[in-house]
Design a protein around this ligand. Structure first.
Ligand code: ATP
Ligand code: ZN
Length: 298
């Protein structure tokens, strides 16, 4: 392996895989995947992608096998606590928050079981794949309960009589519902993050980390951004500026043959909804045009 190529760990197959590859692709990365599918080779960047189980991603950075990793905050924090418990320091730094992989680690009880705040957890058996996060939560509330650590299929543990309740990841809640469980408390909110090694990298590699992070910022910013163009009477300018969602100072352009009307161009950092366009029209705007923004570099 080339020492000057960055190594980035990404989940091999799961909820983070598609959005991770999508963001890298939007950053301009062209990836060719080998036959074994375990490694992707960056054709136009000195960056290789390792496809692994998400639980192994913090370890790969911790052990300097990879320089970067893309993983859920839930997995990362669990690992950090586990290392702390063993008296070891985490050797990964979180350098970006990503806008996908949103979920929460929650406590859920079987339907029909009452729950009156965290004191209801006393002496109960709680099944989870996140024993360290759950332990921290219980300790902070001074509650002693039995943590039943499982490697998967946590949601069926109460029905199998292995636990009284569970602590598991939830996004929409449909899995809980299907298993007749009721979400009662959030232990932690989570989303995907990028981590890097705290080691000093050779300048060539460091420069590419910087470039990649800048592109990621750009990609995340433009996702919701729109370029909006419209005509409006000068007198309506204050009202129109107020209505434009999340825009910085717009460009005002005179219109040929009109002293009273101008053209306004602005980048809106939020989605522009029909309601906004209707309000703009009411305020005097005409010839409204909304365009998607493809790339942005501040
Ligand atoms: P692996 O085989 O890589 O260990 P896994 O089964 O542990 O896969 P996934 O279910 O694919 O993992 O979830 C990966 C990550 O996606 C989670 O750690 C979490 O950060 C995020 N995630 C987002 N929404 C959910 C959800 N509803 N349930 C579980 N994880 C979610
Ligand atoms: Zn996993």
């Amino acid at each position: 392996m080339d020492e000057l190529r960055l190594k980035l760990a990404v989940q091999k197959s799961g909820r983070l895989t598609d959005p991770s590859l999508d963001i890298l692709f939007r950053c301009g990365l062209k990836l060719s995947r080998g036959k074994d599918q375990l490694m992707g080779y960056g054709e136009n960047m000195p960056l290789d992608v390792l496809f692994v189980r998400d639980d192994d991603i913090p370890d790969l950075v911790q052990e300097d096998v990879c320089d970067l990793g893309l993983v859920g905050l839930n997995v990362l924090e669990e690992k950090r606590l586990e290392l702390r418990e063993r008296g070891q320091a985490a050797r990964f730094q979180q350098i970006r928050t990503l806008d996908f992989g949103r979920c929460r680690l929650s406590l859920a009880v079987p339907e029909g079981v009452s729950f009156e705040g965290s004191s209801s957890l006393r002496g109960k058996r709680i099944a989870t794949t996140y024993p360290f996060l759950l332990q921290r939560y219980l300790r902070e509330r001074d509650i002693s309960a039995d943590i039943v650590t499982l490697s998967g299929a946590v949601e069926i543990a109460p029905r199998l009589g292995r636990a009284d309740l569970i602590c598991d990841l939830v996004s929409t809640g449909s899995t809980l519902q299907a298993n007749h469980l009721r979400e009662v408390e959030t232990v932690m909110e989570s989303h995907a993050v990028i981590i890097r090694t705290p080691l000093t990298l050779p300048p060539e590699k460091d420069e590419w980390v910087e470039r990649l992070m800048m592109r990621i910022d750009g990609v995340q910013q433009v996702k919701e951004s729109k370029y909006i163009m419209l005509h409006a009477p000068r007198s309506a300018l204050p009202e129109i500026r107020r209505l434009l969602p999340g825009s910085e100072s717009p460009t005002i352009i005179p219109l040929e043959g009109s002293t009273e009307k101008v053209a306004i161009h602005a980048v809106c950092r939020e989605n522009v909804f029909w309601e906004t366009l209707e309000s703009l029209k009411k305020a005097g705007a005409s010839a409204l045009l909304v365009l998607p923004v493809e790339k942005m570099l501040a």
